[in-house]
Design a protein around this ligand. Structure first.
Ligand code: MN
Length: 205
């Protein structure tokens, strides 16, 4: 699964880089099928639909589209931003998870030292990230980003906002839309968010 930001119309659903049941028991197989095959596919379908009458926009990459909001035709602007954002975010999200058995869920090297310098400890980073994830009202994302000055920061993204809109680099991205956890966790977002740390892939130092 590669980063989709440089791809152009027509967008197609990338395969998961692991099996649907590979994230059990923290994210269940049924949720993965709905989330990837239905929700992610729908964002892709809606994005393609928004672009189909606009050859000029079909020549732009996903990144260019998402960074050109005011230049988009008014009748498809929201559809492109919402669904293009959904495509960009879901691609990063699924790519940023790995089975719990893989040794990629603990910060290493320079990144580990940066986490300690910035937050005090990895545990403190998790606490701050989880707090943001629980504070998202309605639908959105919790993210660890690198800001324009190169600093690590934890932010919320509403609905399908992307880090591209802020010129920041996403390092950890967690979907806290109800569709990401409701089948298994019901209303218990906290349990989902805490368990997600077994799956989130730490940035390479
Ligand atoms: Mn989602």
């Amino acid at each position: 699964m590669q980063n989709m930001q440089d791809m152009k119309y027509p967008f197609t659903l990338p395969a998961l880089p692991y099996a649907y049941d590979a994230l059990e028991p923290y994210i269940d197989t049924e949720t993965m099928h709905y989330h990837h095959d239905k929700h992610f596919q729908t964002y892709i379908n809606n994005l393609n639909d928004a672009l189909k009458m606009y050859p000029r926009l079909q020549n732009m990459t996903l990144r260019q589209l998402l960074c050109s909001r005011l230049k988009l035709p008014a009748d498809v602007r929201d559809k492109i931003m919402n669904n293009g954002g959904g495509v960009f975010n879901h691609n990063l999200f699924f790519q940023g998870l790995a089975p719990a058995s893989e040794p990629v869920h603990t910060p290493q090297g320079a990144f580990a030292r940066e986490v300690d310098r910035t937050f005090g400890s990895f545990a403190a980073l998790k606490d701050a990230f989880n707090e943001q994830a629980l504070a998202v009202f309605g639908s959105g994302w919790s993210a660890l980003i690198r800001d324009k000055l190169g600093r690590l920061r934890i932010v919320q993204l509403k609905n399908q906002e992307t880090t591209l809109m802020y010129g920041t680099q996403p390092l950890l991205l967690l979907d806290v839309w109800e569709h990401a956890y409701y089948l298994k966790y019901k209303n218990d977002r906290k349990d989902y968010v805490e368990n997600a740390w077994n799956l989130l892939v730490m940035p390479q130092a």
